[in-house]
Design a protein around this ligand. Structure first.
Ligand code: FE2
Length: 140
């Protein structure tokens, strides 16, 4: 399955959008690795890259929110923590397997791909709009 950034995921904040492109590329690499029947070591490596970039991106996004005094910061932060926990659970699950199974790939689809796309389209878009209005107080 093709997982890529498309126009429906644009939030309007260039920094966030650029980072989302990279994040989705990492997710796509993990999914491709599962589909190609790659071994456990490779899949763990892809998950590792994804975790690393997720941490970087969430921190950057949360910094933007703090700087703008975003009112829903706590709620948003909790969502990020939920996703980070999901990645940890995927590591644990993969560790028990011989390699990425169909069930593992299904979990990635629902808990990573679907979750993130929904998060971007709702929570991240609200952040981008808030920052935009904050930076352009003359817009009514
Ligand atoms: Fe977010």
């Amino acid at each position: 399955m093709l997982i890529e950034f498309d126009d429906s995921l644009i939030t309007g904040n260039d920094t966030i959008d650029e980072q989302h492109k990279e994040l989705i590329k990492k997710i796509s690499d993990l999914v491709t690795s599962c589909e190609n029947g790659d071994g456990k070591v490779k899949a763990i490596k892809m998950l590792d890259y994804l975790e690393e970039y997720t941490n970087f991106h969430f921190s950057a996004e949360e910094e933007l929110q703090k700087k703008a005094n975003y009112p829903d910061y706590d709620k948003h932060h909790a969502k990020h923590e939920e996703f980070k926990q999901t990645i940890k659970e995927l590591f644990d699950y993969l560790d028990e397997l011989e390699g990425p199974t169909k069930d593992f790939a299904d979990k990635v689809q629902v808990q990573v791909v679907d979750w993130l796309f929904k998060h971007i389209k709702s929570a991240d878009r609200s952040v981008a709009e808030y920052i935009h209005l904050n930076n352009n107080p003359d817009i009514v």
